[in-house]
Structure formats: structure tokens, C-alpha cells
Write a protein that binds this ligand. Structure first.
Ligand SMILES: [Fe+2]
Ligand SMILES: [Fe+2]
Length: 375
């Protein structure tokens, strides 16, 4: 008999986790949260699809020793049962929350839930389509984790009367096709920057607990360790083919580094009340996260972005201002609004190009790839 776990946190496979999520989808429905998650803009999390056969053909024998250790650690499942409310979960007065903070925090939760679930659907699909035992096992384990993460954020949203309908998203959200190598760069970076973001907030709130305005931040330490392992897996996958991190591909790596960092900068700067409540200056936070991500990505990428070059912050800010102006112009509408939107897009493209062309820092990639969480 198949006895189903009651909570996504206890699910031992992604299938089980999604079945629990589907039951919840049927009970709690919220159009606002799901509509927000459905949006596809440059700044909202997307769903991806790829050439699964090419991914399935990866041979991990050249990294076997590190691979087996990593998989064994993921199979041991140290975070099973962790991602659910317990006695550490403090009650939140959602109605009493300052309206702007509430709006930005809900936006943060919906966006995070969508991003977690985006990983889940991509990894699950790879597991479903593949025949390569190493690859399907890895993707099954990662999908399991992401289903738990998304499920937990939905628990937090439910207290505010919201829920992202994950089943609906799976079926209706637009999927963007990326070649496998772009999936490696983008996903590796999103896992590592996810680790850096969660651990930076966790450490900051450990030192300044008076700023912990919601209990979910208490879960960030174990959470970021999952993301760290996922990033390690992608580093090993890239290690199997040296071409992926050399030659013309270094330009692609630079593009993805710039895009991922710039997106984070712009998105976070749209949430001033959220960062104020956390007691975090968004410029400081962005820099702290980029520093950690850059340090980690040296494990596999031969370049890092020069985030200390004065042009870096200047053009990140220009990109942010252009995005604010584009959003305002969209609201205004009409011919003047359209023209302002075009002008905003030109400024955004110029700022992004300026960021991309700041000379990168080069370095030797170490022979030993594997890292352990260190922050
Ligand atoms: Fe995750
Ligand atoms: Fe992850």
C-alpha cells in the first residue's frame, strides 16, 4: 500500500511531493499569487526546457569520485522533514503589517516560490526523460529538494491567504528553451547565488535578530545547503567537458554572470521596504552576495566579474533607474508612455552593455572542484 506523507517536507521523491502539492492546490486557490507567478518578464523567474537527450548523454566517469560522494550525501537526505513549520515558527500578524512591506514581502515569497518550482519542473523533466542512471538519480534528488522548498514557501503564503497553484503553473506557464550549456551556466549560477543570498540573510539575522520580521528566515541555513549541493552537481557536470568553460564559451559565461548579477540587483532594488525591514542596505547586500558567488564560481569558471570597478555599481544603478522608468511609462500608457518605454529600454540595453564590457578578472581554475559551504 502506498502511504502518502502528509507534508511536502516529508516527501522522499518529487512525485510524492507534487502529489501532496496537488491536493493542496485543490483546497486552497488564489488567483493573485498564481497570476503573479505566471508573469514572464526579464525580471520574473521563468520555466525552462532543454535538449534532454544531450543532457542524458553526459558521462560522469571523469569526476566519478567526487560525484559518488556528492550523490551519497544527497541520498542521505539530511534535510528530510525540515521544511515545515514547527515550534520555532512565530505567528505573523499579516493584517497589521505595514502595507508596503506586506506587498514587497509577498512579491518576494511568490517570486522565490516560482524560482524554486522552476528548478523542480526542469529537474523532474530531466529525470523523467533520461535513461542515464547517474543523471536521472541526480535530477530526481534535486527535484525532490526544490519541491520541498516551493511547498514550504506556499505554507508561508497560505497564512496570508495566498497560494501559488503549482499544478496550474506546470501546465500553463510558458517554457523558455535553453541549450544544455546555457542551462548549466544559468542553473549553476542561480543555485550558487541562491546559496549566497540565503546565507547572507541568515548570518545577518543571526547577528541582528530584531530584524527577523518573519520566521521563514530561520530555515535559510539548511535551505542554502541544499542549493549549495545543487550548484556542486552542476560544477561537476561542467567539469566533464572542458570545452564548456574555455574558448568562446568564456564569453557566454561572462554574459550569464552579468545577467544573473544585474537581474538580482534590479529586482532587489525594487523592494526597498523589504530590505529596510531586514535592516539591510540593498547595495551592501548585492555586493556581499556577488562577492560570495564570485569566490565560489572560481571552482569552475576561469573568470569573475570585476564588481569593484566603479563602473559596475554606476551601471547597475543606471539599469535599475531605466527599469523603474520603463515600469512607470507602462503604467502611464498612451503614445508618450510608449516613447518613454522605448527610451527606457535603450538606456537599459546601454547600461547592460557597459556592465558586460567591464574587463573580467581571469584566474586559474583549481584541479580540485568540490567545495563545502563556508560562509
Ligand atoms: Fe531550492
Ligand atoms: Fe536548488
Amino acid at each position: 500500500m502506498n502511504i502518502q506523507a502528509k507534508h511536502t517536507a516529508d516527501a522522499t521523491s518529487v512525485e510524492e511531493g507534487l502529489a501532496i502539492a496537488a491536493e493542496q492546490d485543490a483546497i486552497y486557490n488564489n488567483e493573485m499569487a498564481t497570476e503573479t507567478a505566471m508573469q514572464n518578464t526579464l525580471l520574473t523567474p521563468r520555466f525552462y526546457t532543454t535538449d534532454f537527450d544531450e543532457l542524458d548523454a553526459i558521462d560522469v566517469s571523469s569526476v566519478r569520485e567526487d560525484w559518488d560522494k556528492l550523490i551519497a550525501q544527497m541520498v542521505s537526505d539530511p534535510n528530510k522533514g525540515h521544511f515545515k513549520k514547527n515550534e520555532d515558527w512565530d505567528q505573523i500578524d499579516w493584517d497589521g503589517m505595514e502595507p508596503q512591506l506586506k506587498k514587497e514581502f509577498i512579491d518576494f515569497l511568490i517570486s522565490s516560490c516560482t524560482a524554486e518550482f522552476s528548478g523542480c519542473v526542469l529537474y523532474k523533466e530531466m529525470k523523467r526523460r533520461g535513461n542515464n542512471k547517474d543523471i536521472t538519480q541526480l535530477f530526481q534528488l534535486m527535484a525532490r529538494d526544490e519541491a520541498r522548498h516551493a511547498g514550504f514557501i506556499n505554507d508561508a503564503l497560505r497564512e496570508a491567504g495566498l497560494r501559488v497553484n503549482l499544478g496550474f503553473l506546470t501546465q500553463k506557464k510558458k517554457y523558455t528553451y535553453f541549450r544544455p550549456k546555457f542551462i548549466y551556466y544559468a542553473t549553476y549560477l542561480s543555485e550558487k547565488i541562491g546559496y549566497a543570498r540565503y546565507i547572507t540573510i541568515f548570518r545577518h539575522l543571526q547577528a541582528n535578530p530584531e530584524h527577523r520580521f518573519h520566521p521563514i528566515f530561520k530555515w535559510f541555513e539548511e535551505w542554502c545547503n541544499d542549493e549549495f549541493s545543487h550548484g556542486e552537481a552542476f560544477a561537476l557536470l561542467m567539469k566533464t567537458d572542458p570545452k564548456l568553460t574555455s574558448g568562446v564559451n568564456v564569453l557566454w559565461i561572462k554574459f550569464f554572470l552579468t545577467a544573473v548579477y544585474a537581474t538580482m540587483f534590479v529586482r532587489d532594488h525594487q523592494r526597498p521596504a523589504f530590505h529596510k525591514a531586514l535592516g539591510v542596505d540593498p547595495d551592501w547586500y548585492a555586493h556581499a552576495v556577488f562577492e560570495k558567488t564570485s569566490e565560489l564560481s572560481k571552482q569552475i569558471f576561469p573568470i569573475t566579474l570585476d564588481i569593484d570597478d566603479p563602473r559596475w555599481l554606476k551601471n547597475c544603478r543606471a539599469l535599475h533607474r531605466a527599469n523603474v522608468d520603463i515600469a512607470e511609462a507602462k503604467e502611464r500608457g498612451g503614445i508618450a508612455g510608449k516613447a518613454a518605454q522605448v527610451w527606457g529600454s535603450v538606456r537599459a540595453a546601454r547600461a547592460f552593455a557597459a556592465l558586460y564590457f567591464i574587463p573580467a578578472k581571469k584566474h586559474e581554475v583549481p584541479a580540485q572542484t568540490r567545495l563545502e559551504p563556508c560562509y
